[in-house]
Design a protein around this ligand. Structure first.
Ligand SMILES: *Cc1c(COP(=O)(O)O)cnc(C)c1O
Length: 234
């Protein structure tokens, strides 16, 4: 077994373990393999090991890999669900809307509107998550939590989009209970949005290599894992 396949197996085992440990339903946590800065051969390895959801941060890099994979793994490349997880520049929305299945990083209405308008009708609505900035760091993208409900209503009303939930990238934190506390805030906001009538808002994209146990404990439905699958980025 190659290194990527072995790492994937290990991460999947841990997900199953944490689902049991925190009384989560089996298979309620979806694994997104974050493949930024990895060459297409590494993605092909993950693909051969059964991985179908990939997260990319940089548009041009992602497009190059999508093309390379169609040559490298023609039988499986079409089965990939591509998740855009990086900051969305408004001049890139058309290509993102055409080439991705999910966008985790919607944090303003202008970008949401453009993504919806530019989504090809034949592909069905684009699945989007609202990215919230829970740590209040000025350098981080994400909408302020206080804006979540208003923004969620506006995004949910955009034709061409389906608002599926929330995403956050908390500041690095090594203490497990403090990791949990931040993820709990995102889960609470998600619950509030559903109480307010946004029934579709069920996904919580939270948890990376260093903190996915805490994220699963607090209800993550999508975890975004790079390092633990592909190794340290060079
Ligand atoms: C890079 C990245 C990840 C993966 O981080 P790891 O620590 O390598 O697991 C997850 N989410 C986003 C938005 C990223 O940019």
């Amino acid at each position: 077994m190659g290194r990527v396949a072995e790492n994937l197996r290990h991460v999947r085992e841990r997900i199953a373990l944490f689902e049991r440990k925190y009384a989560r339903e089996r298979h309620s946590v979806q694994l997104i393999a974050v493949s930024k800065s990895q060459g297409p051969e590494r993605l092909a390895e993950a693909l051969a090991a059964g991985q179908r959801d990939f997260g990319e941060n940089y548009l041009q890099e992602a497009l190059d890999k999508q093309e390379a994979l169609r040559a490298l793994a023609p039988a499986r490349a079409g089965e990939i669900r591509w998740h855009f997880i990086g900051p969305v520049q408004s001049n890139k929305t058309r290509t993102i809307a055409e080439r991705f299945d999910w966008v985790h990083s919607v944090d303003r209405l202008k970008v949401a509107r453009r993504l919806g308008e530019q989504r090809p009708a034949a592909r069905g609505p684009l699945n989007v998550l609202l990215q919230l900035n829970l740590s209040g760091e000025a350098s981080k993208s994400g909408a302020a939590p206080e804006q979540a409900e208003l923004l969620a209503r506006e995004v949910a009303a955009c034709p061409g989009l389906r608002l599926r939930g929330l995403m956050a990238i908390p500041a690095a934190e090594s203490d497990f209970e403090r990791q949990r506390a931040v993820f709990r805030r995102l889960a609470d906001i998600g619950a509030r949005l559903r109480d307010a009538g946004l029934d579709d808002c069920r996904e919580l994209s939270m948890g990376m290599s260093a903190d996915y146990e805490a994220a699963i404990a607090e209800g993550a439905t999508m975890i975004r894992i790079g390092t633990d699958i592909f190794g340290r980025r060079g």
